[in-house]
Structures are given as C-alpha cells and as structure tokens.
Design a protein around this ligand. Sequence first.
Ligand SMILES: Cc1cc2nc3c(=O)[nH]c(=O)nc-3n(C[C@H](O)[C@H](O)[C@H](O)COP(=O)(O)OP(=O)(O)OC[C@H]3O[C@@H](n4cnc5c(N)ncnc54)[C@H](O)[C@@H]3O)c2cc1C
Length: 381
Amino acid sequence: MNYFFSEHEQMVKDSFSDYVNKRIIPLRKQLDENDEFPAEIFREMAQNDFFRVLVPEEFGGISDSQMLASIGIEELSRGDGGIGVTYAVNAIATKGILLYGSEEQKKKYLPAVADGRILTAFALTEPGAGSDSGAIKTRAVKKGNTFILDGVKQFITSGEIADIIMVIAVTEPGQGHRGHTAFIVEKGFPGFSVGKKEDKMGLRSSVTNQLIFEECEVPESNILGELNRGFYEALGVLDRSRIGIGAQAVGIAQGALEEAIQYADTREQFGHPIGKFQAIRHILADMATQVEAARLMVYQAARMSDAGEKELTKMSAMCKLFATDTAMRVSTDAVQIFGGYGYMKEYPVEKMMRDAKVTQIYEGTNQIQRNTIAARLLKSK
Ligand SMILES: Cc1cc2nc3c(=O)[nH]c(=O)nc-3n(C[C@H](O)[C@H](O)[C@H](O)COP(=O)(O)OP(=O)(O)OC[C@H]3O[C@@H](n4cnc5c(N)ncnc54)[C@H](O)[C@@H]3O)c2cc1C
C-alpha cells in the first residue's frame, strides 16, 4: 500500500522496520517471559537514532513530527507492544516539554531525550483517580523557591526507569481543573521513590509502577508551563499521545494479521491449506480492511496535529478508539485462525491479544473516548 510518505517518512519507516525484523521479533517471546525492561534494546535504539524522531533539530533531534513518531511507534509495536508503549510514553513527557516548557527546560532535557540518554514518563493517574483525572489528590505546596509534593501515582509506565517524569499535582485545592499544575520531577529529587512494580497481563517488556512522593522537593523552575494550568496542559499532551496509542494498536494488529496470513497459507486440514476455506478467507479480509482503516485514521490524526489543527480532540479520540478496538478484534481473530495452537504460548498471537487489551484501557478508556466524541457532536454536553 502506498501511503504517499515523504522521503524522510519512508526512511524512518524502513529503518525502524529493519531493526524490528532483525532484533525485536526474534526476541519478543523471551522479552514477554522475562517481564523486565530490555535495557540493551533501548541502548541499540539510541545508537540507531530512534529517539531523535521525537525531538526537533534545534535540540539535537531530527523532527518532532507526530507522523514520524506514529510511524516509529507502529513499527516497534508490530514487533512488541511493550517496547512500543515505552517508546510512545517517552514521547508524551517530551511533547509536554516541547509544548509548554521554558527555553531552559528544553535545553536541559531535550538533547538528552534525543540522544536516548534519558527516558521520560507521564504521571497523572492515582489510586482513586483514573477516568476522573480531575479528582487527583497529589498535593504541591509552595515553600520558598520549591514546591513540596505529597501523594501517590498509580500505573505509571516506565516509572522505575524514567529519568524525568511529568507529574500533575493540585496547587489550588477547591479550584477543580483550574487548580492543577504540571511539574518536571527528576528521579533524584529528595522525597521521590518508586513503589511496587505491577504484574501485568501483557506488555510485559514495559514496566509499570506506583510512584511515591513524600515531601518531595521540586524547584519552582521545574513547573512545566503555567501555574494552575496543568489539567489543560495534560489534555493538550493527551490529544497528541492518543494518536501514538492508536499507532501502537495499529502495529499490534498488523503483527497479528501478518502471523495469521502466514499460518493460513501453511496449516493444512482436510487436504488443503486452511486459507482455502472461505470462512478463514473472510476473517482475513475483514482483519486487513480494519487494520487499513485504523491506520488511515491514525495517519490523518497525525497529519492534522502536524498541520497545527486547533481542534484535535475529537479526531485523536476517534483514532484511539477505532484503532484499539481493531487491535483487540484482529488479535482475537488471529488466535481463532491458529485454532488450538493460537491458545499456546509457543505462537505469538496469544501474546498479541494480551498486549492489545490494555490499549482499550489506558490513555483514557474507550468508554471515555466515546464520551469525548459524543460531547463534541451534541449541544447537550
Ligand atoms: C498498563 C497500564 C499503563 C498505564 N500507564 C499510565 C501512565 O503512564 N500514566 C498515567 O497517568 N496513567 C497510566 N495508566 C492508567 C490508565 O490511564 C487508567 O488505568 C485509565 O485511565 C482508567 O482508569 P482506572 O484504571 O482508574 O479505571 P476507572 O476510571 O476506575 O474505570 C473503571 C471502568 O469504568 C468505566 N468508566 C469510568 N468512568 C466512566 C464514565 N464517566 N462513563 C463511562 N464509563 C466510565 C471505565 O471505562 C472502566 O471501564 C496505565 C494503566 C495501565 C493498565
């Protein structure tokens, strides 16, 4: 399929794709079993300049185009959803700094992201505040030139490996959405620690942690953006990062489709490859059609973001919703095409199904995406 990529986009696609085929696909079963962050792979990705795709030239990268990031995330996720999400989440706090950071913050952090010397995380969710992210309780109180943070963040991707974290905390209690502020927290700040590591169903090559802030001292200069604008800044970042999760879902679905096609061509029953049976052919045709539709929505949302489109919320919610539901459907269909073998860990499709599930949950569940889309369709909010 010709997606009419620019020369630059095609180059990024080819270089990520080659790496995924050579290094990630052969390792993915082991990565899933190991249930730990594959530091060596991320070192190699840095050597291949993969993180420069997230940062503009003036800070040592090659571009901060949403389209290039989406292409990279999709390819990595085709190989392994866990590596895909770690890369996608690295793009979130990076985007936060790009959109809202001061010149000093950009100069301090972005070259290190581009070189792959540091990884970043994004911490909004709390034990009692998931979909209702306005209900966060982590408190930030000003004391001289610092803010003192107290609270717990839940389910934070890359929590234990991130060098810097974009953290949203309450600075004006009682002011609701107008009382939250974003901070850049460095892992060495006093009072910051990493809590338990979650034991997840899928994405097992990514790490997910609780983060604990106990009188954590954050310099005032590490406010990201404006005081009391953190909720809105988080929404601005999520409008972009949901496109990344859409790309992750497309990658997982593409991986499952490729496995299913290969299996249907080779597995024989009743004296024929199962791909000869119309029932299987139609499942494959539907899978391929859904993957293409999801991909085109992701690319359209990415192009809208790169063109500076103001109203991105509805399209990014739509592409996240459709692509992640597609990943779940397509990976489940892939297991069906593999029959009993699909249910076994020996083959990659059961892992893809486990990896796909969470894409319908994080970055706003798909119920919340539907609420968001409907709110933009109807006058009655
Ligand atoms: C593996 C993993 C990685 C994650 N990484 C991060 C991260 O890096 N940073 C971060 O900040 N968070 C992260 N999260 C958190 C994630 O974004 C939340 O889990 C998600 O937003 C849902 O919140 P919750 O789990 O509290 O579910 P709840 O909000 O408690 O929802 C429970 C159910 O109720 C439904 N529901 C809730 N409210 C409504 C409503 N108004 N209308 C309809 N249905 C509703 C939901 O759709 C869901 O089905 C991660 C989660 C996971 C599982």
